[in-house]
Design a protein around this ligand. Structure first.
Ligand code: CA
Ligand code: CA
Ligand code: CA
Length: 229
């Protein structure tokens, strides 16, 4: 009897330890998202006011920008038939930042894969863009891009084109978009990102605890049945 009591106590202690370790150890999972501005309120966005999306990603323009569908300002702004953000500033004054929650000290890093960009107005010609990334470990990245200069407003030719970021743009803390020339701003849409999240997972320790729990339950069930007979 005493032996059984000691055995049960040891088993309970083992289960508690294994469950604690099993739950405390996390695996990483990725949460893909397309920031496409659909459902956002149309209108001006004051300078330096982050647009917050339904996952921990913030888009901040240092200069004034508009969330627009390209209709109200036609034919003077680009069009892709959907809602997007048009920033009017340029150089560092027009810096657009893609980041996790700026107030969060331990926010999840993200990967940036693609982003659609367009010239901000007719006659601007090709625009120069510098994508300046900072990784979660503080490493600096830069990718320069020159747009195709195609802009004819609603309909006609596609005003937007897709920038594919190099595969170094992973595990990022933030990415800034610098409009280098001709300093008129830039339109952005469809920011394809993947947030790297810590997610609870059943580790081998957690699995061990589960097996122990089931084993003990089965033993007790057999013991109860034998006693009842
Ligand atoms: Ca859109
Ligand atoms: Ca274009
Ligand atoms: Ca067009």
């Amino acid at each position: 009897m005493k032996f059984r009591w000691v055995r049960d106590c040891l088993l309970r202690a083992a289960i508690i330890v294994l469950l604690s370790v099993g739950v405390a150890v996390f695996a990483t999972a990725a949460l893909a998202a397309n920031v496409d501005y659909e459902g956002e309120t149309l209108g001006p966005v004051p300078p330096n006011t982050p647009l917050v999306f339904d996952h921990p990603l913030y888009i901040t323009a240092l200069a004034e920008s508009d969330v627009t569908d390209g209709v109200a300002c036609a034919p003077n702004c680009p069009d892709n038939g959907t809602i997007y953000q048009l920033s009017y500033g340029s150089g560092f004054a027009g810096f657009l930042t893609i980041s996790g929650d700026p107030s969060c000290l331990e926010c999840n890093p993200f990967d940036l894969f693609k982003i659609d960009v367009a010239e901000p107005s007719p006659g601007s010609g090709p625009i120069g863009l510098s994508f300046l990334g900072t990784t979660a470990t503080g490493e600096s990245l830069q990718f320069d891009f020159v747009s195709d200069g195609v802009f004819d407003g609603p309909g006609g030719q596609p005003d937007f084109e897709t920038v594919v970021l190099p595969d170094t743009f992973r595990d990022l803390g933030n990415v800034g978009i610098l409009v280098t020339a001709p300093y008129l701003g830039v339109a952005i849409d469809n920011i394809i990102v993947e947030e790297i999240q810590a997610a609870p997972a059943l580790t081998p320790w957690g699995l061990g605890a589960l097996v122990l729990v089931l084993g003990v339950s089965a033993t007790r069930f057999r013991h109860t049945r034998a006693t009842a007979r």
